[in-house]
Design a protein around this ligand. Structure first.
Ligand code: MN3
Length: 241
């Protein structure tokens, strides 16, 4: 079994209860094990959800999942394609008056596309734990998984406005790091490769949890897919070698 097959098979096993053999999730990573977010022409594409919309009930309700995937993530993909088109048009027509606007928009929408694509695969309907190299790195950088959980929860719950808690591999320091991202693109460390992302935009929880973001983040710990995060770390380490 080569590496690509291994990653694809592992992803299938991770969601085996609902995925058919020709899983869309397996098709959603490239040979390096990273998410396929563009087609061969460079247009942004949204992969199908790796499970049914009610798969994460009761922690994430089907209606929220439907609206979130279709209109919030889907809208970001449409937006990113439009932004890229506008940047190209501005360059082609030698009219740079609005190019800074579209460049910022592209950063916002494409970052949203990246994070949402990872987010869906970071969730599953059973309890998982960090393992392998990921667990080793967590213990090296944070002491214990329990300490990291407290850190992830505090970081995600306390984001000013809309944003994401992001556990990432930082190649420049060869370490696991945590980001408190505002919107989709602010407060990063350059080079970080996301492993586990937590969407705390109001659209992610307001129907079911109302204003209680804290309850939503606590509930998410029941469905975080640490097997997927472990695969992502293995792929990231291969990429930067
Ligand atoms: Mn969202």
């Amino acid at each position: 079994m080569d590496r690509k097959q291994f990653i694809q098979n592992s992803l299938i096993i991770g969601g085996a209860t609902i995925l058919p053999a020709n899983s869309s999730l397996a098709a959603s990573v490239n040979e390096s094990g990273i998410d396929k977010l563009v087609d061969e022409n460079g247009n942004f594409i949204q992969q199908t959800l790796p499970y049914a919309e009610n798969f994460l009930e009761p922690y994430m309700d089907a209606e929220t999942m439907h609206l979130h995937y279709t209109f919030h993530h889907g809208g970001a993909v449409k937006g990113a394609n439009n932004d890229l088109k506008k940047v190209k048009e501005a360059l082609d027509s030698n009219n740079l008056e609005t190019i800074d606007f579209w460049t910022k928009k592209l950063s916002f929408h494409f970052s949203s596309h990246i994070l949402h694509s990872i987010f869906w695969t970071n969730l599953t309907n059973k309890k998982t734990q960090p393992s392998g190299e990921l667990l080793k790195r967590i213990e090296k950088n944070y002491g214990t998984y329990d300490k990291l959980k407290l850190y992830i929860a505090a970081t995600s719950k306390n984001i000013d406005g809309n944003g994401w808690g992001i556990l990432a591999y930082q190649p420049y320091s060869d370490s696991i790091t945590l980001l408190q991202c505002e919107n989709h693109e602010k407060l990063t460390q350059w080079g970080c490769i996301p492993l586990m992302v937590i969407d705390v935009w109001e659209h992610a929880y307001y129907l079911k949890y109302k204003n209680k973001r804290t309850d939503f983040v606590d509930a998410l710990f029941n469905i975080l897919n640490w097997d997927n995060a472990a695969l992502r770390l293995d792929a990231a380490l291969k990429l930067v070698k």
